[in-house]
Design a protein around this ligand. Structure first.
Ligand SMILES: Nc1nc2c(ncn2[C@@H]2O[C@H](COP(=O)(O)OP(=O)(O)O)[C@@H](O)[C@H]2O)c(=O)[nH]1
Ligand SMILES: [Mg+2]
Ligand SMILES: [Zn+2]
Length: 292
C-alpha cells in the first residue's frame, strides 16, 4: 500500500493524540519520538507533515513556527483576543498587563474583548486600555457591531480567544457562529459537569480562518511558563516607548531612578500609575527569577 504523505494543521491535541486537518480529512496522529528527544511538543496551530496509514498516522515534521505561546498552548497566532468580563470574574489589571506583554513580545497586538457589561460596567478598564492604544470591544454595548467587527478580523487568520475561566469565551464564540455549539458554564451545569468546560485548545474553521477556544488559565501558569528578560519588559508596555531613550541613565529600570523619562511621564499623567505599578511588579519578578 502506498504510504500517505500529507500536510495539515493541528486543530487539537489531547492525551498524546493530535488531530491534523489536511486538505480532505482530519487524521488522528501520534508524534514521532524524535520530537520528545528534541524537547518539542506539537501545538494546536502547528503546520505539520503526516506519514503512515489508517490507524497508524504520525507527525513526522513540524514546520517552523512564526510564534507560539505555552499558555494557552498554541502556535502561529495572527490575532489574539483577550477576553475580560466586567464581573465574575472582575478585571485584573496585573493579569491583563502580563498577557499584553507576552503578546507584544511576540509582535502581536492583542484586541481586548469586554463581556458582561449588561451586568456591570467596566469603564475604568476600557478607558485605560483605549488610552494606551489598544482596540477594546465592549461586546454588550453593541453586540451586532462587535460580532461584525470580530468576524471581519478572522478571514485568513488564526485567532485565539484567551482569558480567565468564566469570562465568556465559549459564549462569545457561540454567538459568532451558533453552529459551533461549544459548551458553556450554564450548559455544563445542566449536564452536571462542573465549571471547567473547555479542556483543550481546539481550532474551528470559521469565516475563512480559524478560531481557537482555550481553557481558562491562572496567573500562576504564566509565572511558571513564560519568561521575559527584565530589560525587555518596558518596550512591551507600548505607551512607555516614546520615553525610553530619554532617561538620564543608560540601563534605567524605570522604577525609581533620578532623571527617568518614564517616571516623569507618569507624574504628568501621560502614563497610568496602574500600568507603571504592574510594570514594576513584572520587572521585579523577572529580576528575582533564578537564572539557569
Ligand atoms: N450576562 C452575561 N453573561 C455572560 C456573558 N458572557 C458569558 N456569560 C455567562 O458567563 C458564564 C461563563 O461563560 P463561558 O462562555 O462558559 O466562559 P468561558 O469559561 O470563558 O468559556 C456562562 O454562564 C455565560 O452564560 C455576557 O456578556 N453577559
Ligand atoms: Mg469555555
Ligand atoms: Zn527610565
Amino acid at each position: 500500500m502506498a504510504e500517505l504523505n500529507n500536510n495539515g494543521i493541528i486543530i487539537k491535541g489531547i492525551g498524546g493524540f493530535y488531530y491534523v486537518k489536511t486538505a480532505d480529512s482530519v487524521l488522528e496522529c501520534k508524534a514521532k519520538g524524535i520530537f520528545r528527544k528534541r524537547g518539542i511538543t506539537p501545538l494546536a496551530g502547528d503546520h505539520v507533515e503526516v506519514i503512515g496509514e489508517e490507524g497508524g498516522y504520525a507527525i513526522s515534521e513540524i514546520h517552523e513556527r512564526k510564534n507560539f505561546f505555552q499558555r494557552p498552548p498554541i502556535a502561529n497566532v495572527d490575532e489574539f483576543f483577550y477576553v475580560v468580563s466586567s464581573v465574575e470574574p472582575r478585571p485584573n489589571y496585573m493579569v491583563a498587563d502580563r498577557l499584553i506583554m507576552l503578546c507584544e513580545q511576540r509582535g502581536i497586538t492583542p484586541v481586548i474583548l469586554i463581556t458582561k457589561t449588561d451586568l456591570a460596567e467596566a469603564k475604568e478598564f476600557i478607558d485605560l486600555y483605549r488610552s494606551v492604544g489598544y482596540t477594546v470591544i465592549d461586546v454588550m454595548a453593541d453586540e451586532k457591531a462587535a460580532l461584525e467587527q470580530v468576524e471581519a478580523m478572522i478571514e485568513g487568520n488564526l485567532c485565539v480567544f484567551s482569558g480567565n475561566s468564566g469570562v465568556g469565551k465559549s459564549t462569545f464564540l457561540n454567538k459568532l457562529h451558533p453552529g459551533l455549539g461549544l459548551n458553556t458554564a450554564e450548559i455544563s451545569k445542566k449536564l452536571g459537569r462542573g465549571k471547567h468546560t473547555t479542556r483543550a485548545v481546539e481550532l474551528y474553521e470559521l469565516y475563512g480562518g480559524y478560531v481557537a477556544d482555550t481553557p481558562g488559565f491562572s496567573a500562576l501558569d504564566f509565572e511558571r511558563a513564560e519568561k521575559v528578560p527584565k530589560e525587555d519588559i518596558a518596550k512591551y508596555f507600548i505607551e512607555f516607548r516614546p520615553y525610553l531613550d530619554d532617561c538620564f541613565f543608560t540601563g534605567c529600570s524605570h522604577r525609581t531612578e533620578k532623571g527617568c523619562a518614564v517616571l516623569e511621564a507618569k507624574e504628568k499623567g501621560l502614563i497610568s500609575a496602574q500600568r507603571h505599578e504592574d510594570y514594576c511588579y513584572l520587572y521585579d519578578e523577572a529580576k528575582n527569577r533564578p537564572e539557569y
